[in-house]
Design a protein around this ligand. Structure first.
Ligand code: SF4
Ligand code: SF4
Length: 376
């Protein structure tokens, strides 16, 4: 088949985390994407998903063996890998220990650190300047290593969304606040960050993926046994949606990437392509809709909202800390959510170490919908 060189190529490969089996798979996939991606002495940023402290069995973080194989590949080329991210919550060293990276990377000459320094970049209207991790902007090569997970707000977090980790620390909350409940605007922000960081390679870890209400511990691990790689993260995200049986444009970041010309419908996909038809996606619902005068009512009584399961909550305070609008209050006995303030960013769901918060549709919303169904 004649393939136009401009058509994005995506490689799909069956894989397990077995060290000996994984190494040649990862090396071959990178070589297939672009054999000359890395040159000797290059400073190479390897950006996994290091969301919060979690063991590999929870499928919250990019598996440490995938990170190790990519680091080995970089070292093999005589380049210098830096493994870095800005976790949403928790201590970086704890993530490294609990996530199995400390053990997996032992003996390798790699630098591992949390993003701290930033560089201001202009990502255009309506956002203007944004501070992005220095390593993501100044490294010679960026390798993006997302985990294949569902996301209670954005439906999924894949290649493009993983780069939001390049926005350092609490700056993420500021952006949640700026975009508010507008999911399309958040998707636009994510695509602009992707365009700025422009990873040379993206490899999505879908060996042990996550379904349900991800991307934190509320999600449910799901074995898909897949690695998906390419030089165009937007194309990878489109292919993954197709493989999971949904219209790619259901993912707002795909819609925005297609709209902005990052990816078109002509893709060259090769490898072990299977369609999974029973993947459990979260119900993300619509944002605020209808006439402006009803927005407050809709937001309070009809929109999905975070709800705490008292039995599971250990009152650690992480959700109170992360909430960008301080909509959560309470103490040892109960948590209260101010749904007037809440922007449905679902950071609280993301960070809860006990998976105690879920996005739930209020009873009033369910009743109004059932009535609308009856009379439609
Ligand atoms: S809901 Fe989760 S994050 Fe919030 S206080 Fe309870 S255990 Fe901690
Ligand atoms: S309560 Fe949860 S979903 Fe609402 S704004 Fe705060 S962190 Fe976001």
């Amino acid at each position: 088949m004649l393939i136009n060189k401009d058509i994005a190529k995506v490689f799909v490969q069956k894989a397990s985390y077995n060290y000996d089996a994984l190494r040649p798979i990862v090396f071959n996939m990178i070589d297939s994407v672009k054999p000359d991606i890395i040159k000797a002495q290059d400073r190479v940023l390897v950006k996994p998903d290091l969301l919060l402290p979690a063991e590999p069995r929870h499928a919250v973080l990019t598996h440490p063996h995938v990170v190790r194989m990519v680091a080995e590949y970089v070292l093999d080329k005589g380049a210098c890998p830096i493994i870095a991210d800005s976790p949403v919550h928790g201590d970086f060293n704890k993530i490294f220990e609990m996530g199995g990276y400390k053990e997996a990377l032992s003996g390798l000459d790699v630098e591992c650190r949390e993003f701290k320094k930033t560089v201001p970049v202009d990502i255009g209207e309506p956002f203007g300047m944004i501070d992005i991790a220095q390593e993501a902007i100044e490294s010679d090569v960026v390798i993006n290593l997302p985990k294949l997970k569902t996301h209670a707000r954005m439906l999924m977090t894949l290649g493009i969304k993983n780069l939001f980790g390049c926005v350092v620390g609490l700056k993420k909350s500021e952006w949640y606040l700026k975009v508010g409940m507008d999911r399309a605007l958040f998707a636009k922000l994510l695509v602009r960050i992707y365009q700025e960081v422009r990873p040379a390679l993206t490899m999505v870890d879908g060996v042990l993926a996550m379904e349900g209400q991800g991307p934190g511990k509320r999600g449910v691990p799901r074995s898909l046994g897949l690695l998906v790689a390419g030089d165009n993260a937007a194309a990878i995200d489109v292919v993954i949606c197709n493989m999971l049986g949904i219209d790619p444009e259901e993912l707002s970041t795909n819609k925005e990437a297609i709209r902005s010309g990052e990816v078109d419908k002509f893709l060259h996909v090769s490898g072990d392509i299977n369609i999974t038809t029973d993947f459990d996606f979260p119900e993300t619902g619509n944002g605020v809709y209808g006439p402006r005068q009803f927005h407050r009512f809709i937001r309070k009584h009809m929109l999905q909202r975070p709800v705490c399961d008292k039995k599971a909550c250990q009152f650690c305070g992480s959700c109170l800390e992360i909430c960008p609008v301080k909509a959560i209050s309470g103490g040892r006995d109960n948590l209260f959510f101010d749904y007037d303030k809440c922007v449905r960013c679902y950071c609280c769901i993301e960070v809860c170490p006990h998976g105690a918060i879920s996005a739930t549709e209020p009873l009033s919303g369910r009743l109004i919908k059932s009535l609308a169904d009856v009379y439609s």
